[in-house]
Design a binder for this molecule. Structure first.
Ligand code: GLN
Length: 349
């Protein structure tokens, strides 16, 4: 971490609001209309049960920090949360124990490598680098509050339910399918253990991690979960505080750097929002203070991110004015800029 001097300096909140509801509705409809015919990408099949997804499913939901929802398409279709769970489990661990321990053990920097990379761990002396790749997420799950694997699972299930505002069920088919084929994650957990970076028994931790990835959510759920992080940690639909404001801020920073794996820089450049994707086709993107966009469309690009989800989010980030880096000059009309710099010999002294 950089040495900074922020102690005692007040954290001002992100400002601004979404456009009026009818405008949001119009734009969400337009995004769906624009991209529903896009059939690029392929559905993940390295977890066999995921290959059964309908390629055409496409849902978009915008949840605002006042608890309002605007949705279109397949926003009620359940899918396994997969990697999107990493963001919320990280938030729960930080909320319970502070970010120092997990920061030291897992870090916040991008690996520049795919989400399930083993090489990334080796290149960094066993350091997972961040909690949004599998190695970092498995190490994070190991830190979840609870003495036993069952107790950790309870903490995760209860915590993610508070983010969503409803109890979430495990998709047993997906859980079994991934459990039978996740030797790579087992290897990552053992490797973490060999470097002294896994707080627990590798088999048990991977089982809890796999179960957390198998929780069923909808595009509407992930929008509400994201809106909770946009709302300083309070679920805007239930009004319940789930995590602190500081944890929400820290989680969003980690998502900005790592949420789209090795494509995170490109995502930030084009879309300008912290976000998290998962291999079943969900993406949640968060506009601090304003709300979140949940999208669901199973076909993925080469990095494992939903193609239609990326396009729809890019469109909505622009049209709803969500990009964190986009500003307009204040008072530009009052102080006209010089049309051009005068040549040296035209200058008056
Ligand atoms: N459960 C999946 C895995 O561990 C999650 C990966 C993802 O969504 N990118 O491989």
């Amino acid at each position: 971490m950089f040495e900074t001097d922020t102690e005692g300096i007040r954290q001002e909140a992100a400002t601004g609001a979404l456009p009026a509801r009818d405008r949001v509705e119009q734009l969400v409809r337009a995004a769906h209309e624009r991209y529903r015919g896009v059939d690029a990408g392929s559905v993940a099949d390295y977890i066999p049960a995921l290959a059964e997804a309908d390629h055409g499913w496409f849902g978009i939901c915008v949840a605002d920090t006042a608890g309002g929802l605007v949705e279109i398409g397949d926003t009620g279709v359940p899918f396994s949360i997969q990697s999107i769970s990493k963001a919320f489990v990280y938030a729960l661990v930080c909320d319970a124990f502070g970010h120092e321990r997990i920061g030291e053990l897992v870090g916040v920097d991008n690996t520049g490598l795919p989400f399930n990379s083993v090489i990334a761990l080796e290149l960094n002396g066993g350091h997972p680098m961040n909690p949004m790749v599998n190695a970092g997420a498995i190490a994070t799950t190991a830190l979840v509050a609870g003495e036993t694997a069952d107790a950790k699972w309870e903490t995760i299930a209860r915590g993610l339910a508070r983010f969503a505002g409803r109890a979430l069920e495990v998709d047993d088919r997906v859980f079994t399918s991934e459990s039978e084929t996740n030797s790579r994650n087992q290897a990552i957990a053992r490797l973490l253990q060999s470097y002294g970076r896994l707080d627990g028994e590798p088999g048990e931790i991977v089982e809890v991690y796999t179960r957390q990835c198998s929780l069923l959510v909808t595009a509407r759920d992930i929008a509400i979960m994201g809106a909770t992080l946009a709302d300083g940690g309070v679920n805007p639909v239930t009004g319940e505080r789930v995590v602190s404001e500081e944890v929400s801020r820290d989680t969003l920073a980690v998502l900005a750097a790592n949420g789209l794996y090795e494509r995170s820089g490109e995502w930030l450049f084009q879309i300008g929002l912290p976000a998290k994707s998962g291999v079943s086709g969900g993406i949640v993107s968060i506009a601090p203070g304003k709300g979140a966009i949940g999208t669901f469309a199973p076909p993925l690009d080469a990095a494992g991110n939903s193609v239609r989800g990326e396009r729809a989010t890019a469109y909505l980030s622009r049209t709803l004015g969500l990009n964190l880096f986009a500003s307009a000059a204040v008072g530009a009309s009052a102080v006209p800029a010089p049309a051009s710099t005068p040549a040296p010999d035209e200058r008056t002294v």
